[in-house]
Each structure stands twice: as C-alpha cells, then as structure tokens.
Design a protein around this ligand. Sequence first.
Ligand code: P6P
Length: 334
Amino acid sequence: MERHTTLGEFIIENQKDFPYAKGELSALLSSIKLAGKMVNEKINKAGLSQILGKAGQENIQGESQAKLDVMANEIFVSTLRNRGEICGLASEELEDYLVFEDDIHKNAEYIVLIDPLDGSSNIDVDITVGTIFSIYRRITPKGTKAELMDFLQPGNKQVAAGYLIYGTSTILVYTTGNGVNGFTFDPGIGSFFLSHPDIKFPPVGNTYSVNEGNYVHFPQGIKKYIKWVQELNEEENRPFTSRYTGSLVADFHRNMLLGGIYLYPQGTTAPKGKLRLLYECNPMAFLAEQAGGKASDGFRRIMELQPEELHERAPFICGNKEMVEKAEEFMQKE
Ligand code: P6P
C-alpha cells in the first residue's frame, strides 16, 4: 500500500529549498506544524469545552476576541518562543510585535507574522476558520533585538508563507518559493501527510468571493466588475458562481483548488479595505503567485507594497491570474 510522505519527511527532502538555512527554517515550519495540531485539537472540541463565544477582550483591531482567538494566539506564541528559530513575532491579536531577547533568540535568523485564527466570527457557528503565517529573514543583525523594520518588509521578501485550514479536514498549505504543497492531518496517527502536491490554480475559474453587502461602498470599477460577472454570457461561462464564507482561508483554498477570485476592495467606510497587509494579504499573495495566480490591490502587485505600519490594511483582489486582471481592467478604467 502506497504511503504518503509526511510533512516532516517532505521538509527534510526539500532542504535544498532553503539555500541559506542550516535547518532553522525547517525547524520553524515544524514548530508551526506542532502549534497547528494543538489549535486543531482545541477547535475540534470548541463546542464542548466552553471556549466558544467572546473572551470579553478586544484586539488591536477593536474586534471582540473570541476565546479561541486568544487561545490560538497563545499557542502559537508559546510554541514559537519555545523553539529558538525566531527573534520576533507579530500577531493580529497583539498591538505591538514581540521581541524574544534571550541570547538564543537574539541570534535567530527569522521573524514570523501571524493571524492565529482568521475568520474567527465563524467559530460559534462551526464554519471553517484558519491560521495564516508569513516568515521573513530579519534585516537587523543577528545578536541584536528585532526591530519594527524587521516586520515592515514588502511581501516579495517572504522566505515562506502558508495557512492551516480547520475544515472538514485540517490541511497545512505552504510555500517556500518553490511551489505550493498541501498536507492533510491524520488525527489517528497525529501526522500531516502530503495530500495536495504542487497545487496550481485551474486554467479557468468562474467563482467570485466578495461580501456583496458592501456593494454600495465599493469603488465604481468593482461595482462594474460585479455586474459583469453576473451578466449572461454562455461563451464566457457567466454568470459566475458566488461563494463567500466570511473566512479568507476557506474562500482562498477553494478558489485555488477549483478556480476563482476573492475580493475585499476598499470602500467609503474602509478606505484601504479590511484585510491586513502583513499577515493576511502578503502570505496569501505569495501562495497565489506560486500557484500560478495573482494578487493585487487593483493597481499594484500586493507583494510590492511597502508596509508603513504593523496592522495596516490593503484592498485585496486575489485568484486566477486572468480573473484578477479582468477586475484590474475595470478598476483602472475608472
Ligand atoms: P466581512 C475575517 O475577519 C476576515 O479577515 C477574512 O477571513 C474574511 O474573508 C473577511 O474578514 C470577512 O469580512 O466584512 O465580509 O465579514
């Protein structure tokens, strides 16, 4: 019986992907794998262990934190702190970045940005949520404390990025710039196994994911694009199908496997959109491009945007290359 490769074996077999790392990046991915297993375990019994609902706190975004949000953040922070591969970490759930100051961490090569539980408003209604991570090589010299400049790097400097999707199964999807691979968790064995090798967007997509409740606030170009996808045109397979779960990881994952486009545009109430550039847009953009897709703000490549603030937002259009380019065409005509 053919046995699937485990994530650990895959990382070892692909050490060549990390030309500069002496195993640190591999160890860092293993730490994320471990934290993902721990979050997965909490999520799968959330309804039973009174960790549903709000934790009564607010995160930096002013969003009330669900208990699982807080727990997921604590799990990733403690797991990554316990392993010595990073000198600092920034999280959607933390106002400021964390600096790990002991000697081991000060000499570490990498920093991580994370959205520990994206789509967490779906937790209480048992809809798919996810963790998103983004990994950079530090800019500051080893042996010193991490600084803000280490975190404010454009997405094209990422050395790795990925997500865990906690859905009907739990899958870890990541890239190190050498394609995108997905690993499904087998709870019986406690390991992730290669289930989605070398993921690529299908050549054509006809699903669009956008919160149409915000239509009145959208820029004219997006309004016209949405009307266009809803027009009858059998040759071009329109109207497209609408699928929007309220969870970026779930919508992105489906669109990457089956073809589609996700849009969170700017609007009059959200001048730069809602999604955070550093730990939502950039990691998903890295994955999208590695899978043959595209990610832009309607005008510029997401991974070329120069971040100014840790929690800054960006308009986000991501998916099949030709679908994103069509939306850009409408945006740029206005
Ligand atoms: P809205 C979740 O909060 C998130 O960041 C993404 O996962 C999701 O796609 C989006 O926001 C949903 O936002 O405004 O449509 O509820």
